[in-house]
Ligand binder design. Structure first.
Ligand code: FAD
Length: 477
């Protein structure tokens, strides 16, 4: 009899695990309480990028004159049309995933899933119908949801989560964004381009204060945010948000996480805004899913610990994706990679997950993309690292498209020339990262890049220029 694999959650972790397990001959059941595609398709990657594309186009339309295009009056945003386009794209992708599951003869159970002891699971549908079945292997892929701050919880009208902002009916006149991480900075750029007055408040000392993001990228992003009139505070936290005439009264105070604060940064700042968007993390979807019935313990915050085979402490039970928490990397493509591996291991394989070359794509304006180590991280590991940086303004294609802001840096081992990391901020940075990811993952050197002919005129030439610089042969950069 085929191995019975049950997967809880049909996000980019769950549905990919389902397909891979089915390809390997398993009898697969996947349970989803909302729409297939998970956060990524319904509340994350895809809808936010649809909004970003419109924001970017709007910005371009405002520059039409510079490109030799005459328009009758300024371009304006039609939020209703944007939302209906968003829904169309998301719905098409949902249908695509449902078709994929059907094609692989995967049972899709709609409902709230629970583990009911070892080898048993159940799901309760919206209309209260309960289904139960058995499993030999279980893969938990229930993901995460926006973290709500107890001092100013989401109300969906004025205090919004990333889910809420993806369904807005109009652009707020002004908004404070709590958190200058990936989601906060992406929405800051989108909303500002759409005409909102945006203020971002970040507790750490820079925008995008992620260890994987090079400080140079944060610096360029901060400069570009200033150009766009996005106000931001670092080393600050939002101390309170209260209802007030005309919106919300927000107090911005000093950050308890700041190592050294200037005197002026200790003084609280008061501002009034129409809305607040809170993006300071995610909470795991691990409560009330019956994990204790199989003796599976989460950590104190509810995230599930696994080994590099994606195995939990319970034999035959695996976990993947966001549900593993920020100790791993909470990204869709990481969830899908872990999914392939977990499914293969559940079906008798023995593969280990390697996080050394995880690409990070950040859809700010301009975009940020990074893979591998920063120079500081490489030095901490004892490498004699060097960084070679080339500005986009030295690349012909950047001049052609009129997007000059940004740079690409290659971090390499000064002795061997091996690529250790790539950090790009600029036009189409996220699409340009593929070459760097392949190079870091495959242990290639800067000469492998310089020996590769790069088409002209393309933005990809910036990688060639940075690699040429690392070998002492810079042409334009
Ligand atoms: P999820 O996608 O959260 O899927 C989990 C699924 O499980 C959900 O569908 C949920 O309904 C279901 N579920 C939960 N509990 C149960 C239950 N008891 N029974 C049945 N079903 C259940 N990542 C990127 O790589 N690139 C991006 O550009 C990007 N942009 C983002 C933008 C935003 C605004 C947000 C919020 C996230 C973004 N992410 C991005 C992160 C990405 O969405 C997640 O890392 C990814 O969705 C995680 O996949 P997952 O399968 O682990 O979990």
């Amino acid at each position: 009899m085929a191995t019975q694999v049950t997967i809880l959650g049909a996000g980019p972790g769950g549905y990919v695990a389902a397909v891979r397990a089915a390809q390997l001959g398993a009898d697969v059941t996947v349970v989803e309480k909302e729409q297939v595609g998970g956060t990524c398709l319904n509340w994350g990657c895809i809808p936010s990028k649809i909004m970003k594309v419109t924001a970017e186009l709007l910005e371009k339309f405002h520059q039409a004159d510079a490109f030799g295009i005459r328009t009758k009056g300024p371009a304006t945003l039609d939020m209703e049309k944007l939302m209906s386009r968003k829904q169309k794209v998301v719905s098409a992708q949902i249908k695509g995933i449902e078709g994929l599951l059907a094609h692989h003869r995967i049972r899709l159970v709609r409902g709230n899933a629970r583990v009911e002891g070892h080898g048993k699971a159940s799901a309760i549908s919206e209309n209260g119908q309960v289904k139960s079945w058995e499993w030999d292997r279980l893969i938990i892929a229930t993901g995460s949801r926006p973290f709500s701050v107890p001092a100013f919880p989401f109300d969906g009208r004025q205090i919004l989560s990333s889910n809420h902002i993806l369904g807005i009916e109009s652009v707020p006149e002004s908004i404070v964004i709590v958190g200058g991480g990936v989601i906060g900075c992406e929405f800051a750029c989108i909303l500002s381009a759409m005409g909102a007055k945006v203020t971002v408040v970040e507790a750490l000392d820079r925008m995008l204060p992620l260890p994987s993001v090079d400080a140079g990228c944060s610096k360029v992003l901060e400069r570009e945010m200033k150009k766009r009139k996005i106000k931001f505070y670092v080393n600050r936290v939002v101390a309170s948000i209260e209802p007030a005439a005309g919106g919300l009264a927000v107090i911005i105070g000093p950050s308890p996480f700041a190592s050294h604060l200037k005197e002026k940064d200790r003084v609280p700042v008061a501002t009034t805004v129409e809305k607040a968007l809170v993006c300071i993390g995610r909470s795991p979807n691990t409560k009330n899913i019956g994990l204790s019935t199989i003796g599976l313990e989460t950590d104190a915050k509810g995230w599930i610990p696994v080994n590099d085979r994606m195995q939990t402490g319970v034999p035959g039970v695996y976990a993947i994706g966001d549900v593993l928490g920020p100790e791993r990397v909470m990204l869709a493509h990481v969830a899908s990679t872990e999914a392939m591996l977990a499914a293969e291991n559940a079906m008798g394989g023995d593969r280990a997950m390697d996080y050394t070359a995880v690409p990070g794509a950040i859809f700010t304006m301009p975009e940020v993309a990074c893979v591998g180590l920063t120079e500081a991280q490489a030095r901490e590991k004892g490498c004699n690292a060097r960084t070679d940086t080339v500005l986009f303004r030295s690349i012909g294609k950047a001049q052609v498209i009129g997007e000059l802001a940004g740079q690409a840096s290659i971090v390499s081992d000064a002795g061997s020339g091996r690529l250790l990391g790539v950090h790009i901020i600029g036009p189409h940075a996220t699409d340009l990262l593929g070459e760097g990811t392949l190079a870091v993952a495959s242990g290639l050197g800067v000469t492998d890049i310089t020996d590769t002919i790069h088409a002209h005129p393309t933005l990809a030439e910036i990688m060639l220029e940075a690699a040429l610089k690392a070998t002492g042969k810079a042409l334009h950069g």
